[in-house]
Ligand binder design. Sequence first.
Ligand code: VAH
Length: 312
Amino acid sequence: RIMITGALGQIGSELTEKLRGIYGVDNVLATDIRQGENQNGPFSILDVTDAQKMHDLAKDFGADTMMHMAALLSATAEEKPLLAWNLNMGGLVNALETSRELGMQFFTPSSIGAFGPSTPKVNTPQDTLQRPTTMYGVNKVSGELLCDYYFQKFGLDTRGVRFPGLISYVAQPGGGTTDYAVDIYYKAIEEQRYTSYIAKGTYMDMMYMPDALQAIVDLMEADPAKLIHRNAFNVTAMSFDPEGIAASIRKHILEFQLSYEVDPARQAIANSWPDSIDASAAKAEWGFKAQYDLDAMTADMLEKLKKKLAYA
Ligand code: VAH
Protein backbone atom coordinates (compact mmCIF):
# COMPACT_ATOMS: atom_id res chain seq x y z
CA ARG A 1 0.00 0.00 0.00
CA ILE A 2 1.47 3.36 -1.07
CA MET A 3 1.46 6.80 0.59
CA ILE A 4 2.22 9.86 -1.54
CA THR A 5 3.10 13.31 -0.22
CA GLY A 6 2.69 16.34 -2.50
CA ALA A 7 -0.02 14.43 -4.38
CA LEU A 8 -1.47 17.64 -5.88
CA GLY A 9 1.85 18.72 -7.36
CA GLN A 10 3.10 18.52 -10.96
CA ILE A 11 4.44 14.96 -10.55
CA GLY A 12 2.31 13.87 -7.58
CA SER A 13 -1.03 14.47 -9.30
CA GLU A 14 -0.19 12.18 -12.21
CA LEU A 15 1.82 9.71 -10.12
CA THR A 16 -1.26 9.17 -7.92
CA GLU A 17 -3.38 8.23 -10.96
CA LYS A 18 -0.64 6.03 -12.45
CA LEU A 19 -0.12 4.09 -9.21
CA ARG A 20 -3.89 3.72 -8.60
CA GLY A 21 -4.18 2.27 -12.10
CA ILE A 22 -1.47 -0.29 -11.42
CA TYR A 23 -1.94 -1.18 -7.74
CA GLY A 24 -5.62 -0.34 -7.17
CA VAL A 25 -7.32 2.89 -6.16
CA ASP A 26 -7.75 1.91 -2.49
CA ASN A 27 -4.07 0.98 -2.16
CA VAL A 28 -2.83 4.54 -2.77
CA LEU A 29 -3.23 7.24 -0.09
CA ALA A 30 -2.78 10.70 -1.60
CA THR A 31 -1.84 13.53 0.77
CA ASP A 32 -1.14 17.21 0.32
CA ILE A 33 -1.13 20.48 2.26
CA ARG A 34 -4.59 21.40 0.90
CA GLN A 35 -7.79 19.55 -0.04
CA GLY A 36 -7.73 18.60 -3.74
CA GLU A 37 -10.74 18.58 -6.07
CA ASN A 38 -12.22 15.38 -7.57
CA GLN A 39 -10.19 12.97 -5.49
CA ASN A 40 -11.15 9.50 -6.70
CA GLY A 41 -9.44 7.58 -3.91
CA PRO A 42 -8.12 7.83 -0.33
CA PHE A 43 -6.97 11.38 0.43
CA SER A 44 -5.79 13.18 3.57
CA ILE A 45 -4.53 16.67 4.35
CA LEU A 46 -0.87 16.51 5.46
CA ASP A 47 1.74 19.17 6.11
CA VAL A 48 4.97 17.18 5.68
CA THR A 49 6.62 19.20 8.45
CA ASP A 50 4.16 17.51 10.87
CA ALA A 51 6.10 14.32 11.71
CA GLN A 52 3.51 12.85 14.08
CA LYS A 53 0.62 13.20 11.61
CA MET A 54 2.73 11.74 8.79
CA HIS A 55 3.65 8.73 10.93
CA ASP A 56 0.04 8.19 12.10
CA LEU A 57 -1.38 8.45 8.57
CA ALA A 58 1.16 5.93 7.20
CA LYS A 59 0.61 3.54 10.12
CA ASP A 60 -3.21 3.72 10.02
CA PHE A 61 -3.19 3.21 6.23
CA GLY A 62 -0.81 0.25 6.52
CA ALA A 63 1.52 1.83 3.96
CA ASP A 64 4.57 -0.20 2.90
CA THR A 65 5.84 2.34 0.35
CA MET A 66 6.49 6.10 0.70
CA MET A 67 6.59 8.33 -2.39
CA HIS A 68 7.79 11.65 -1.00
CA MET A 69 6.99 14.26 -3.65
CA ALA A 70 6.29 17.40 -1.60
CA ALA A 71 8.88 20.16 -2.12
CA LEU A 72 9.39 23.78 -3.20
CA LEU A 73 10.97 23.96 -6.67
CA SER A 74 14.05 25.93 -7.73
CA ALA A 75 12.74 29.44 -8.46
CA THR A 76 10.46 29.55 -5.41
CA ALA A 77 13.23 28.15 -3.22
CA GLU A 78 15.55 30.92 -4.43
CA GLU A 79 12.95 33.54 -3.43
CA LYS A 80 12.32 31.93 -0.01
CA PRO A 81 15.50 30.00 0.85
CA LEU A 82 14.83 29.46 4.56
CA LEU A 83 11.26 28.28 3.96
CA ALA A 84 12.66 25.98 1.28
CA TRP A 85 15.26 24.53 3.67
CA ASN A 86 12.69 23.94 6.41
CA LEU A 87 10.06 22.43 4.09
CA ASN A 88 12.33 20.49 1.71
CA MET A 89 14.68 19.09 4.39
CA GLY A 90 12.20 18.94 7.29
CA GLY A 91 9.70 17.09 5.12
CA LEU A 92 12.38 14.71 3.85
CA VAL A 93 13.65 13.82 7.33
CA ASN A 94 10.08 13.17 8.49
CA ALA A 95 9.39 10.95 5.46
CA LEU A 96 12.64 9.02 6.00
CA GLU A 97 11.96 8.58 9.72
CA THR A 98 8.37 7.42 9.15
CA SER A 99 9.64 4.97 6.53
CA ARG A 100 12.40 3.70 8.82
CA GLU A 101 10.00 3.24 11.77
CA LEU A 102 7.41 1.40 9.62
CA GLY A 103 9.84 -0.49 7.34
CA MET A 104 8.56 1.16 4.15
CA GLN A 105 10.29 1.21 0.74
CA PHE A 106 11.16 4.85 -0.02
CA PHE A 107 11.26 7.08 -3.13
CA THR A 108 11.95 10.78 -3.48
CA PRO A 109 13.14 12.63 -6.60
CA SER A 110 16.36 14.54 -6.91
CA SER A 111 17.02 16.82 -9.87
CA ILE A 112 19.55 18.06 -12.41
CA GLY A 113 19.45 20.98 -9.98
CA ALA A 114 21.72 18.86 -7.74
CA PHE A 115 24.59 19.84 -10.06
CA GLY A 116 26.37 23.21 -10.11
CA PRO A 117 28.59 25.45 -12.28
CA SER A 118 31.71 23.35 -11.54
CA THR A 119 30.01 20.14 -12.67
CA PRO A 120 30.91 18.96 -16.22
CA LYS A 121 28.07 20.46 -18.30
CA VAL A 122 27.95 18.08 -21.26
CA ASN A 123 27.16 14.41 -20.73
CA THR A 124 27.24 15.00 -16.96
CA PRO A 125 28.38 11.72 -15.36
CA GLN A 126 26.40 9.74 -12.78
CA ASP A 127 29.23 10.20 -10.26
CA THR A 128 30.70 13.71 -10.40
CA LEU A 129 31.26 17.00 -8.58
CA GLN A 130 28.05 18.40 -7.05
CA ARG A 131 28.47 21.99 -5.80
CA PRO A 132 25.06 23.55 -6.60
CA THR A 133 24.70 27.31 -6.10
CA THR A 134 20.92 27.34 -5.45
CA MET A 135 19.03 26.52 -2.25
CA TYR A 136 17.04 23.94 -4.23
CA GLY A 137 20.30 22.33 -5.35
CA VAL A 138 21.65 22.33 -1.78
CA ASN A 139 18.40 20.64 -0.71
CA LYS A 140 18.69 18.05 -3.49
CA VAL A 141 22.35 17.16 -2.84
CA SER A 142 21.69 17.01 0.93
CA GLY A 143 18.65 14.86 0.21
CA GLU A 144 20.65 12.45 -1.95
CA LEU A 145 23.28 12.07 0.78
CA LEU A 146 20.63 11.64 3.51
CA CYS A 147 18.76 8.97 1.52
CA ASP A 148 22.00 7.05 0.89
CA TYR A 149 22.80 7.39 4.62
CA TYR A 150 19.43 5.83 5.58
CA PHE A 151 20.20 2.97 3.19
CA GLN A 152 23.73 2.39 4.52
CA LYS A 153 22.98 3.00 8.22
CA PHE A 154 19.48 1.54 8.65
CA GLY A 155 19.07 -0.67 5.58
CA LEU A 156 16.10 1.45 4.44
CA ASP A 157 15.34 0.65 0.78
CA THR A 158 15.69 4.24 -0.52
CA ARG A 159 15.72 4.92 -4.28
CA GLY A 160 15.70 8.12 -6.32
CA VAL A 161 16.21 9.69 -9.73
CA ARG A 162 17.63 13.07 -10.75
CA PHE A 163 14.75 14.37 -12.86
CA PRO A 164 15.35 16.86 -15.68
CA GLY A 165 12.69 19.45 -16.45
CA LEU A 166 9.35 17.65 -16.62
CA ILE A 167 6.69 18.56 -19.15
CA SER A 168 3.01 17.68 -18.68
CA TYR A 169 -0.47 18.90 -19.59
CA VAL A 170 -2.31 17.88 -16.41
CA ALA A 171 -1.09 19.96 -13.46
CA GLN A 172 0.78 23.17 -14.28
CA PRO A 173 4.13 23.19 -12.42
CA GLY A 174 4.70 25.95 -9.88
CA GLY A 175 7.93 27.81 -9.32
CA GLY A 176 10.34 25.85 -11.49
CA THR A 177 13.00 27.12 -13.87
CA THR A 178 12.28 24.63 -16.66
CA ASP A 179 8.57 25.50 -16.60
CA TYR A 180 9.01 27.74 -19.66
CA ALA A 181 8.92 24.47 -21.61
CA VAL A 182 5.40 23.83 -20.28
CA ASP A 183 4.12 27.42 -20.59
CA ILE A 184 5.27 27.59 -24.23
CA TYR A 185 2.80 24.87 -25.27
CA TYR A 186 -0.15 26.57 -23.55
CA LYS A 187 0.72 29.93 -25.21
CA ALA A 188 1.33 28.24 -28.59
CA ILE A 189 -2.32 27.14 -28.60
CA GLU A 190 -3.81 30.24 -26.98
CA GLU A 191 -1.78 32.97 -28.73
CA GLN A 192 0.51 31.26 -31.29
CA ARG A 193 3.42 33.06 -29.68
CA TYR A 194 5.53 32.93 -26.52
CA THR A 195 7.95 35.24 -24.71
CA SER A 196 10.62 33.11 -23.07
CA TYR A 197 12.19 34.07 -19.73
CA ILE A 198 15.07 31.68 -20.52
CA ALA A 199 17.63 32.93 -23.08
CA LYS A 200 18.27 31.53 -26.56
CA GLY A 201 20.97 28.87 -26.47
CA THR A 202 20.24 27.77 -22.88
CA TYR A 203 20.16 23.97 -23.09
CA MET A 204 18.56 21.91 -20.30
CA ASP A 205 17.60 18.27 -19.99
CA MET A 206 13.89 17.57 -20.27
CA MET A 207 11.47 14.63 -20.16
CA TYR A 208 7.81 14.05 -20.93
CA MET A 209 5.77 13.16 -17.83
CA PRO A 210 4.70 9.65 -19.01
CA ASP A 211 8.40 8.69 -19.17
CA ALA A 212 9.04 10.18 -15.72
CA LEU A 213 6.18 8.22 -14.15
CA GLN A 214 7.28 4.96 -15.79
CA ALA A 215 10.84 5.56 -14.57
CA ILE A 216 9.59 5.80 -10.97
CA VAL A 217 7.63 2.52 -11.27
CA ASP A 218 10.52 0.73 -13.03
CA LEU A 219 13.07 1.85 -10.43
CA MET A 220 10.85 0.89 -7.48
CA GLU A 221 10.21 -2.56 -8.98
CA ALA A 222 13.85 -3.13 -9.93
CA ASP A 223 15.82 -6.02 -8.42
CA PRO A 224 17.75 -4.39 -5.52
CA ALA A 225 20.68 -6.78 -6.10
CA LYS A 226 21.29 -5.03 -9.45
CA LEU A 227 21.39 -1.51 -7.97
CA ILE A 228 24.91 -0.14 -7.63
CA HIS A 229 23.60 3.41 -7.15
CA ARG A 230 20.54 4.49 -5.19
CA ASN A 231 20.21 8.24 -4.65
CA ALA A 232 20.01 9.33 -7.24
CA PHE A 233 20.08 8.08 -10.83
CA ASN A 234 20.57 10.50 -13.74
CA VAL A 235 17.58 10.16 -16.08
CA THR A 236 16.84 12.20 -19.20
CA ALA A 237 15.04 11.97 -22.56
CA MET A 238 16.21 15.04 -24.47
CA SER A 239 18.03 18.34 -24.20
CA PHE A 240 16.91 21.51 -25.98
CA ASP A 241 16.99 25.30 -25.81
CA PRO A 242 13.96 27.58 -26.42
CA GLU A 243 14.73 27.67 -30.18
CA GLY A 244 14.60 23.87 -30.31
CA ILE A 245 11.19 23.50 -28.74
CA ALA A 246 9.86 26.41 -30.85
CA ALA A 247 11.03 24.65 -34.04
CA SER A 248 9.22 21.51 -32.91
CA ILE A 249 6.02 23.49 -32.26
CA ARG A 250 6.26 25.14 -35.73
CA LYS A 251 5.88 21.69 -37.30
CA HIS A 252 2.27 21.94 -36.07
CA ILE A 253 1.63 25.70 -35.70
CA LEU A 254 3.45 27.26 -38.65
CA GLU A 255 3.02 30.86 -37.55
CA PHE A 256 4.32 30.31 -33.99
CA GLN A 257 6.52 33.24 -32.88
CA LEU A 258 9.14 33.07 -30.12
CA SER A 259 10.53 36.17 -28.41
CA TYR A 260 12.66 36.72 -25.29
CA GLU A 261 12.42 38.65 -22.05
CA VAL A 262 15.10 36.97 -19.94
CA ASP A 263 14.43 36.73 -16.20
CA PRO A 264 17.89 37.17 -14.58
CA ALA A 265 16.94 35.07 -11.50
CA ARG A 266 15.78 32.01 -13.40
CA GLN A 267 18.46 32.46 -16.08
CA ALA A 268 21.12 32.35 -13.34
CA ILE A 269 19.63 29.08 -12.06
CA ALA A 270 19.52 27.60 -15.57
CA ASN A 271 23.11 28.68 -16.25
CA SER A 272 24.30 26.72 -13.20
CA TRP A 273 22.75 23.47 -14.42
CA PRO A 274 24.11 20.94 -16.98
CA ASP A 275 23.33 21.14 -20.70
CA SER A 276 22.89 17.36 -21.02
CA ILE A 277 23.37 14.51 -18.55
CA ASP A 278 24.46 10.88 -18.99
CA ALA A 279 21.78 8.32 -17.99
CA SER A 280 23.86 5.18 -18.68
CA ALA A 281 23.82 3.99 -15.04
CA ALA A 282 19.99 3.99 -14.96
CA LYS A 283 19.92 2.11 -18.28
CA ALA A 284 22.47 -0.46 -17.05
CA GLU A 285 21.13 -1.03 -13.52
CA TRP A 286 17.34 -1.01 -14.03
CA GLY A 287 16.67 -0.71 -17.77
CA PHE A 288 15.64 2.94 -17.92
CA LYS A 289 14.46 3.96 -21.40
CA ALA A 290 12.53 7.09 -22.38
CA GLN A 291 9.85 6.60 -25.07
CA TYR A 292 9.24 10.26 -26.03
CA ASP A 293 11.65 12.50 -27.94
CA LEU A 294 10.97 16.22 -28.54
CA ASP A 295 8.74 15.84 -31.60
CA ALA A 296 6.72 12.97 -30.09
CA MET A 297 6.21 15.02 -26.92
CA THR A 298 5.19 18.13 -28.89
CA ALA A 299 2.64 16.21 -30.93
CA ASP A 300 1.06 14.70 -27.82
CA MET A 301 1.19 17.90 -25.73
CA LEU A 302 -0.49 20.00 -28.42
CA GLU A 303 -3.17 17.38 -29.07
CA LYS A 304 -4.00 16.96 -25.37
CA LEU A 305 -3.85 20.71 -24.61
CA LYS A 306 -6.15 21.58 -27.54
CA LYS A 307 -8.78 19.35 -25.93
CA LYS A 308 -8.08 20.62 -22.40
CA LEU A 309 -8.15 24.32 -23.37
CA ALA A 310 -11.25 23.89 -25.56
CA TYR A 311 -13.22 23.20 -22.41
CA ALA A 312 -11.42 25.76 -20.24
C1 VAH B 1 12.58 23.12 -11.46
N1 VAH B 1 11.17 21.58 -12.73
O1 VAH B 1 12.66 23.78 -12.47
C2 VAH B 1 12.05 21.70 -11.58
C3 VAH B 1 13.19 20.73 -11.78
C4 VAH B 1 15.22 20.25 -13.15
C5 VAH B 1 14.09 21.16 -12.92
O2 VAH B 1 13.92 20.54 -10.63
O3 VAH B 1 12.92 23.54 -10.38
